[in-house]
Design a protein. Structure first.
Length: 411
């Protein structure tokens, strides 16, 4: 016995053997716990948000690039020669029709007018004398005046009248030239900075304009549409898909992206296709009292041609394959996701206009599309989409009894 106790080797070996026998079952149990934890839990149906689609009258909208054109614009040029003596208008201001913009030294034209007046007076006196002679000869034609003398007096009278008409025409020309020394605005509008100054010698009908007057209210916007697109629109009308409005509603978007607050009116649809661009031109008129639209600006014009029977769906609820095919998922009666192919004819307010592939009452998947596959089992949640495109779960309404039962269950 003492020998056994005093042997350290035996004691350590026995202790290790005892501890190993005792601890072995525990070690097996500990190592079995992580293995059970790593087992995959049972997968349930994938949760998706859906909306119920419905067919409606969808506006058929065409957006076209356009450029603003002045309603009226006039280049101001002199019609008589002379030296500019004054420029009485305020630069950049609105001027009504008839406002004097420039004056030309009138001295020469005043002298010509006075000379023309004198010529008219002289010719008028000659006519009166010739008329008196003819009348006198005509009264005594059978007494002491020959037929030849009477005819000569008639000829003199006719010549005097012709001279009077010529003098009167010269007087009218002189009056026009004198009036044209005051250069007036031919239209209402905004007048530009003058391209000349006082003391400059100008000539009649010169190439260079003195200034420009532009009428801004109303204003035109010229737009172009491809003849191919126009033909496609006609095909939709003939197929009964598109119903045209009696009046084309027209709006414009400014360069800043701001919508213009006034609707336009289609003025002149062209009937000729451009042989260089293959487009058809349209002109739209807008009221422009605040001069927000200026000639030369590039704008976007939206025309609502009519309505079509279609279904609107969010664009982010669809996907497009490499071949251009547009698809979406709907949930059938068996609570499984079904991929459908869509046919569209454009978009409206960031939504696809679907004409084929969906029907009234279909539940369209708009949320939870990631990793969703055709035929997958799903659990649906009714959702709504706000103006910003954010998906929100549709709130459910509970009766007072249901609310009380729900509160009791939570306790």
């Amino acid at each position: 016995m003492p020998n056994v106790i005093s042997s350290p080797t035996f004691s350590m070996t026995a202790l290790a053997l005892v501890l190993g026998l005792v601890c072995a079952p525990s070690a097996v149990l500990v190592s079995a716990v992580p293995a059970a934890a790593q087992a995959a839990p049972a997968q349930g149906p994938q949760k998706v948000g859906v909306i119920t689609v419905a067919e409606s009258d969808v506006p058929f909208v065409v957006t076209l690039p356009g450029r603003a054109v002045a309603y009226e614009q006039a280049d101001i040029r002199p019609r008589v020669e002379g030296v500019i003596t004054s420029i009485p208008y305020q630069r950049g201001a609105f001027v009504p029709k008839g406002t004097v913009l420039f004056t030309i030294e009138p001295d020469t034209y005043e002298a010509e007018f006075a000379a023309a007046e004198a010529s008219v007076a002289s010719a008028q006196a000659a006519v009166e004398t010739a008329q008196s002679t003819y009348d006198r000869y005509n009264r005594i034609r059978d007494v002491g005046v020959t037929q030849t003398t009477l005819e000569d007096s008639a000829s003199t009278l006719a010549s005097a009248k012709a001279t009077l008409k010529s003098a009167q025409a010269s007087l009218q020309t002189a009056q026009l030239n004198l009036d044209r020394t005051s250069i007036e605005s031919p239209i209402d509008g905004i007048v530009e900075v003058p391209e000349t100054s006082i003391g400059t010698l100008v000539t009649a009908n010169q190439t260079d304009a003195l200034t420009t007057v532009t009428r801004l209210d109303p204003i035109y916007v010229d737009v172009s549409e491809s003849s191919a697109q126009m033909q496609r629109t006609r095909d939709l009308v003939e197929a009964g898909i598109l119903k045209l409005n009696s009046d084309v509603q027209t709006t414009v978007t400014l360069e800043t992206g701001e919508p213009y607050p006034r609707d336009g009116k289609l003025i002149t649809p062209s009937s000729v296709v451009s042989d260089t661009t293959g487009t058809i031109d349209y002109r739209v008129q807008f009221d422009n009292p605040d001069a927000k639209i200026l000639p030369g600006q590039f704008l976007r014009v939206t025309m609502t041609l009519g309505t079509s029977k279609a279904i609107l769906i969010p664009q982010n609820a669809t996907s497009r394959a490499s071949d251009g095919t547009l698809t979406a998922y709907i949930v059938g009666d068996t609570s499984t996701a079904e991929q459908v192919t869509l046919t569209t004819h454009g978009s409206y307010q960031n939504q696809w206009i679907v004409t084929n592939g969906l029907k009234d009452g279909d539940k369209l998947v708009v949320d939870g599309l990631m990793k969703l596959q055709n035929g997958a089992e799903v659990s649906t949640v009714a959702v709504t989409i706000d103006k910003e495109g954010v998906v929100q779960e549709t709130p459910t309404t509970e009766t007072p009894a249901e609310s009380a039962a729900s509160g009791a269950a939570s306790e």
